[in-house]
Write a protein that binds this ligand. Structure first.
Ligand SMILES: [Zn+2]
Length: 131
């Protein structure tokens, strides 16, 4: 099994937490008990204990299994293609960044600031950090 693509391998250590380098989700390194022919192993998991990285045996690619609160906003699997899911995840991530910026900008400019001005400042900062 080859680790292809842009996935950098994070060093696994039981009880360790790390942010996924692809989707910035906070992950927890937990031990998965042995089952069948598979020995016990360490695995990066989401907050709810599901595996964060999904390995597709057909394509040999690893993908992110995002938190359910993000995933629940996505349409049911099967109705969307994989590139669409990737795109939706990117949109969700961009939206998350946007709201973070919005919070900071609104605090900085005050509640009575011109909404158009606020929007412009948000866009400026968003463009800068997205480069
Ligand atoms: Zn991820």
């Amino acid at each position: 099994m080859s680790q292809s693509g842009s996935f950098k391998k994070l060093e696994k250590e039981k009880g360790k937490t790390a942010y996924c380098q692809t989707c910035n989700t906070l992950m927890f390194c937990n031990e998965v008990p042995a089952s069948g022919n598979y020995p016990a192993k360490l695995q990066w998991q989401n907050k709810n204990g599901t595996a964060h990285y999904l390995y597709d045996y057909k394509t040999g690619k690893v993908s992110c299994n995002a938190e359910p609160d993000t995933a629940s906003k996505l349409p049911e699997l099967g109705t969307v293609t994989e590139p669409e899911i990737v795109f939706q995840k990117k949109v969700a991530e961009a939206l998350r960044k946007y709201h973070l910026i919005e919070d900071v900008v609104k605090k900085d400019l005050g509640t009575d600031a011109n909404p158009q001005h606020v929007g412009l400042v948000i866009k400026l900062i968003f463009d800068q950090i997205s480069q």
